[in-house]
Design a binder for this molecule. Structure first.
Ligand code: TXA
Ligand code: MG
Length: 335
């Protein structure tokens, strides 16, 4: 493990990118103090420059040096949820370049809990910017093999840290003074965040809406597998009906929506396959991306996922929201 970390460090010190395991998904990392490395994240991912990167730290002191507003709210939340799948969006300090934040005055900060990620950041001694290690708009990687397969041409070195345990990206929470807003749902729930803040006596107010300018990474489509995915909300459709409806609707769809290429069938649909996930939302989230990839490679030319009654059971409802946010964006079509 140590030899691989040293190799990754030398690549990063050379202003190049490496695949880094985290507990959520694999990241494509570069040193925050090397503009060429940061630029290479965008070019390797084919990511538009308007979509800001998350900065990964290995200590709270490092996080504090990257923001001008480390107040009670980040302190309480970092103590409770770090290292872990929560990103805090805070006013940036001068240490963070505007290429990382896409020109915004705020920066997303997170301390990942994967031991290899923490060891790498510590070894490099500088925080690492890392978006998910997939081409822009496509399914995020949850294993080292996924990253290598995504960047064959680019020949990216990947630290192999096994399969990601959370499986969907971190919860992104914007903190503006006493106001908080969830910008992206994830394993850490809004109710858990509010409970922690309430019990610590910190003053805060939950604000639902933020402007598109403050949260630029929100495209209609994202996480798309290599074959079209259809999300089925209508009960009692037969497989033949699903195929017929999908074929008609997908053919009529635009090729690109908000910069993301929509996956459509190249010819008629011959083999549709159902994406089946665990009935436990935590396990289902862990399975989601690797199952989407596995099935896209299985010879099927259409994937469908059926919404079931257990997805709306009151006690688990909030736990399913992160996964459904991904499924909706990954779907070419919802029927
Ligand atoms: O779990 C994760 O967060 C993974 C692992 C690798 O840490 N990273 C990740 O990065 O999902 P990425 O680039 O795929 O998604 C980052 C998203 C952006 O698209 C944007 O929506 C939001 O985080 N974001 C980052 N910085 C922001 C900022 N300053 N203001 C608002 N949103 C921001
Ligand atoms: Mg991503």
């Amino acid at each position: 493990m140590k030899a691989d970390i040293l190799k990754a460090k030398s690549i990063l010190d050379d202003a190049r990118v490496v695949g880094m395991p985290t507990e959520t998904v694999y990241g494509l990392a570069a040193r925050i103090d090397m503009p060429l490395g940061i630029e290479r994240i965008f070019t390797t991912k084919e990511r538009p420059f308007f979509d800001p990167l998350i900065v990964h730290v290995s200590s709270i002191e490092q996080a504090q040096s990257l923001t001008t507003a480390w107040g009670d709210i980040p302190e309480v939340l970092a103590k409770k949820f770090w290292p872990g799948p929560l990103t805090l969006v805070l006013p940036k300090s001068a240490k963070v370049s505007s290429m990382i934040t896409s020109g915004l005055e705020s920066v997303g900060l997170r301390m990942p809990s994967h031991p290899m990620a923490l060891a790498l950041i510590q070894e490099v001694g500088v925080p690492l910017a890392a978006p998910s290690a997939n081409k822009f708009g496509r399914t995020s990687p949850t294993s080292a093999e996924h990253v290598s397969a995504e960047f064959v041409k680019e020949n990216v070195f990947v630290l192999d840290g096994g399969e990601c345990q959370v499986g969907i990206e971190s919860t992104v929470l914007m903190v503006k003074g006493a106001q908080i807003s969830v910008l992206r749902k994830g394993h850490v729930l809004r109710s858990e965040i509010e409970d922690v803040l309430e019990s610590s006596g910190v003053t805060f107010e939950y604000v639902e809406a933020v402007s598109k300018k403050e949260s630029p990474g929100h495209m209609k489509h994202h996480y798309m597998p290599a074959i079209p995915l259809v999300l089925i909300r209508t009960d009692s459709l037969s497989k033949e009906e699903i195929i017929a409806k999908a074929e008609a609707a997908l053919t009529a769809m635009p090729d690109v929506v908000e910069d993301v290429k929509i996956t459509k069938p190249t010819q008629g649909i011959k083999k549709a396959a159902e994406l089946v996930l665990s009935k436990d939302p935590v396990i289902a989230s862990r399975e989601l991306y690797s199952e989407m990839r596995r099935m896209a490679e299985s010879g099927a030319d259409l994937l469908y996922f059926k919404v079931h009654a257990h997805h709306s059971a009151v006690s688990e409802k909030e736990r399913w929201e992160g996964l459904f946010d991904r499924l909706q964006k990954a779907a070419s079509l919802i029927i």
